[in-house]
Design a protein around this ligand. Structure first.
Ligand code: SF4
Length: 359
């Protein structure tokens, strides 16, 4: 595609996204396949969409790794997987007071959402009880904070129990396309993951689901997983870039460039114009000095450390946000644009009625 043809194409994609209309597969693919000469135009266009729905707000999320390592599943990207020799912290459930203390510090540092994560295939009923106690302790000290839970595959009734315990959201990522899924994991399937996201949504937990890139996937795989996510209608979409841990099967996959990461983020913004798009794991190591550009596209980041690796210093994250002209979203501010049901008026005139048509 020539430069001027791409500019026209980008203009049309942006107009669609600004109206909240679904951007087509071929359009998303064109964003992903665009070249470095067009990168700033792509970021500027995605930035217009971001500002329309989210202004200059950046939501901060904080991870608490409740139980680390020794997972029986074999996700190839994960340092906590079965057989991983990565030298990570390994521990069983931390106690409620410790989790609540970490959450309180993060909230004081600007986090609006606390994500309680535990390694494993899925929670036992006892685990759900443990998480329920932790949610209660966090909410007692900060009632307005959002608590998201990430415990793996859910069994019948567990999403309801989490909702009743006060969880606001549930995270379970699809990670890669259905076609590529068997390449990264053999102990559960893409459909298992999608079913858990659907179960969380049915239980009225805010669904959070995203993906990981840099695992050898093609552009088509990236679009496939983005479109599969769109069907699940998540409220938040974490975009992870592989953290290649030595001692895991993907430990040598250093295939991402900062430009590639920014194009992926921009494509997600066009695919999810009014949905929280979060730059998640791998932000620092893959975007490097271009991190501030990602803020023009995504409206959410993790503050502090990841599950098993360290992130940029929290004060540097806050300074980056301020330097780039953005503001941290407060706990009392809604993230998603308000629903405007008042604009949807049921037709009672014209065809099928005796009232005059709107002509
Ligand atoms: S991603 Fe989750 S389920 Fe997969 S190995 Fe890691 S902790 Fe286990």
């Amino acid at each position: 595609m020539t430069k001027s043809a791409f500019e026209k194409y980008l203009h049309a994609i942006t107009a669609k996204a600004m109206c909240g209309d679904a951007v087509r597969r071929d359009e998303l693919l064109a964003v992903l396949a665009s070249n470095d000469d067009d990168l700033l135009d792509v970021i500027a266009a995605a930035g217009r969409v971001r500002r329309k729905f989210f202004g200059r707000r950046v939501k901060l999320n904080y991870l608490v790794n409740m139980k680390s390592g020794l997972c029986p599943e074999d996700c190839g990207y994960c340092s906590q997987r079965l057989g991983s020799t990565a030298e990570i912290l390994k521990y069983s459930w931390i106690d409620v007071a410790e989790a609540a203390r970490h959450a309180r510090c993060a909230i004081d540092a600007g986090a609006k959402r606390v994500c309680l994560v535990a390694a494993g295939r899925g929670p036992s009923d006892r685990d759900i009880g443990w998480i329920a106690g932790t949610i209660a302790a966090i909410k007692e000290s900060a009632p307005a904070v959002e608590v998201c839970v990430c415990l793996g595959l859910l069994k019948d009734g567990q999403a309801d129990r989490l909702r009743e315990a006060g969880a606001d959201a549930y995270n379970h990522n699809l990670n890669t396309s259905a076609k590529n899924y068997a390449q990264i994991c053999s102990t559960h399937t893409f459909d298992d993951r999608a079913a858990t996201v659907a179960a969380a949504k049915s239980a009225e937990l805010s669904p959070c689901s995203g993906a990981i890139f840099g695992m050898g996937e093609s552009d088509d795989d990236i679009i496939d997983v983005a479109l599969a996510l769109r069907e699940l209608q998540p409220d938040s979409v974490p975009v992870n870039f592989l953290i290649p841990f030595e001692g895991t099967p993907l430990g040598r996959n250093w295939e991402l460039t900062p430009q590639r990461c920014l194009r992926i983020l921009a494509m997600f913004r066009f695919a999810f114009p009014d949905v929280e798009v979060r730059v998640a794991g791998g932000r620092e190591i893959h975007l490097r000095s271009l991190q501030p550009l990602a803020l023009h596209v995504a409206n959410s980041i993790f503050l502090g450390d990841y599950l098993t690796s360290e992130g940029q210093a929290a004060q540097d994250d806050r300074a980056m946000i301020a330097d780039a002209g953005f503001v941290i979203e407060g706990v009392d501010e809604p993230t998603l644009p308000a629903e405007r049901h008042d604009l949807v008026v049921t037709r009672h005139r014209g065809a099928g009625t005796s009232a005059a048509a709107n002509t």
